[in-house]
Design a protein around this ligand. Structure first.
Ligand SMILES: [Zn+2]
Length: 246
């Protein structure tokens, strides 16, 4: 998933999947909030929907993504927010942190804290098993996460990232249920059976640019799929959390 590519954002529409998220975000915004920063707003699926009710700014590093934002917008990085201290009542960032290196992630949290006068809202994939979403390029053997995720989160990790000066007001684990395979099963599927994640969207290898990926299907893979179905746990997709300063 190339966040700078026009095609990524023209095709980025997960319909119902996102409307569920949007309504949870809307309900979670405290009544007193008037000004909002949506840092890493992507194509503005949340920013655009909130623009009539709030004084909101969408910020993203991708010019291609910002083309879809109809609300006030600005190009910039979440690691270096172009705003004064405590400029917004609420700084939020949805499905951004998991794309960042640890260093950038810490810097992003620092910046959100700096620009928020009161609240921070964060959503990330919940307890994602990163390896499960790895594809393998059929051309150069590069193994990579198909959505570019580098981190996985639970409530404790988010709380620790926000630190003692922020109190968690509410967390929700929400969204569609996903199968989570045990790590050993993912290992067997990928290493021994060539059963890597097979994207159902346009994807190119980050190393060589090819667009064909290793994905074997045979009697053995059918058996491991059945096994996955039986033994895997199911978890909701997102972790959504609201924090209050002080
Ligand atoms: Zn490749």
């Amino acid at each position: 998933m190339d966040l700078h590519q026009k095609q990524t954002w023209d095709e980025y529409d997960r319909g119902d999947f996102l409307s569920q998220k949007l309504s949870a975000v809307q309900k979670l915004i405290p009544k007193e909030v008037e000004t909002i920063l949506d840092a890493g707003c992507g194509n503005g699926v949340i920013t655009n929907a909130l623009q009539n009710d709030y004084d909101i700014v969408g910020l993203d590093i991708s010019e291609a993504a910002l083309q879809h934002v109809t609300a006030p917008k600005m190009r910039g990085s979440i690691t270096q927010l172009p705003f004064d201290d405590e400029h917004f009542h609420l700084c939020m960032c949805h499905e951004v942190l998991e794309h960042l290196s640890l260093q950038d992630q810490d810097q992003a949290i620092k910046e959100l804290k700096r620009c928020a006068s009161k609240y921070i809202m964060i959503s990330v994939p919940y307890k994602e098993k990163l390896q499960q979403h790895y594809a393998k390029c059929a051309n150069c053997d590069c193994e990579f996460h198909v959505y570019g995720h580098l981190q996985s989160y639970d409530q404790n990790k988010l709380n620790a990232m926000l630190g003692p000066e922020y109190r968690m007001v509410e967390t929700q684990i929400m969204g569609p249920q996903q199968m989570r395979n045990p790590a050993w099963l993912t290992q067997i599927k990928q290493r021994y059976l060539g059963q890597w994640f097979h994207p159902d969207f346009h994807l190119t290898c980050p190393r060589c640019g090819a667009d064909n990926f290793v994905h074997k299907s045979n009697f053995l893979t059918k058996i491991t799929n059945a096994l996955s179905w039986i033994i895997s746990s199911r978890e909701s997709y997102w972790l959504l959390a609201l924090y209050l300063k002080g």
